[in-house]
Design a protein around this ligand. Sequence first.
Ligand SMILES: Cc1cc2nc3c(=O)[nH]c(=O)nc-3n(C[C@H](O)[C@H](O)[C@H](O)COP(=O)(O)O)c2cc1C
Length: 375
Amino acid sequence: MPGIESEPLKFAYWVPNVSGGLVTSDIEQRTDWGYEYNRDLAVLAENSGFEYALSQVRYTASYGAAYQHESTGFSLALLLATQRLKVIAAIHPGLWHPGVLAKFIASADVISGGRAAVNVVSGWFKDEFTNLGEPWLEHDERYRRSEEFIRVLKELWTNDHAEFAGDFYRIHDFDIKPKPVGRPHPEIFQGGNSTAARKLAGRVSDWYFSNGKDFDGFSEQVEEVRGYAAANDHAVRFGLNGFLIARETESEAKAVLREIVEKANTDAVEGFRNAVKQAGGSTSDKKGMWADSEFKDLVQYNDGFRTGLIGTPEQIADRAVEYKKRGANLLLLGFLHYLEDVEYFGKHVLPVIRAKEADLERGAATPEPLVTSAP
Ligand SMILES: Cc1cc2nc3c(=O)[nH]c(=O)nc-3n(C[C@H](O)[C@H](O)[C@H](O)COP(=O)(O)O)c2cc1C
């Protein structure tokens, strides 16, 4: 994919469609999981520089999230409320038939003028499957099923006579009309960072989402996934999760982080820590989301503090541009007080990031001056 490194960094936000906000803490969170709040937020976000929103999928109470709106229906509602925002619905293979989902997303894509996308999540929450009476596959089998699921989606979205014969799905001479309008098809994001997840991204996903990571933790994934993609002649882009706390001073921002962690809901965080042992940590190489997370990291469900987008607009912009240099095409952001923080981001953080990206471009275009001896 030539030239994608020089594209402006893209931004997505986590849709707060589950109750309790994005951190498992009793700190005040001026964020609401209901529709009206989310509709206003989506409109504000698209006017504040966000290109994407990601709706979470959760079907029943989990750790700190007692209420949830369903991801695909909620995403369609947000698409209808906005003009430009692309909305990514998280979905689980194993709880959807890929043909039924392909049909739903095709309609959502046509209705929204090509703004529908999916995030394929292979799952860590065993009870959600077993309490619905669905089998809970072993970790790498879940990923094998996800690969077939993605291949079926693409086949149905792009072929009039779709055919697929796999271990999990069989499709014969199937035609969905209307086809989606997004070209070549609605974008397919992938959540999951284990070795199986990395190989999956290198074969079929359009986007690989990393959990929150420091610079080296992010680079390590980019290198490995790019290697798999190159071997398969496949192009993949990278999104990185981060919980953003921007304040006028660094000490104010750090004080907010301290308060979040001090007021953590310990039982919920510990319950979550126990449940996510089903993720990459359960595999032989123990790589994956949360495999090395500490208590403090898990207070944000997706290790978002590790990305370090916490400080002044200037400090956050410096880190954002460094992640871009290391291969990030998109930052996926979570906030404490969504409406206020998204507005602040658009007004005070994004312009600094754009200015630093422009400097970077100029630097790349201008040869380094010859360093001569001091005057
Ligand atoms: C950005 C992102 C978003 C995710 N969203 C969800 C979600 O909404 N619901 C869910 O059950 N899992 C979600 N996951 C986790 C996936 O289910 C993931 O496949 C699982 O935790 C296993 O990860 P592993 O490959 O590290 O084992 C998400 C992961 C990432 C990186």
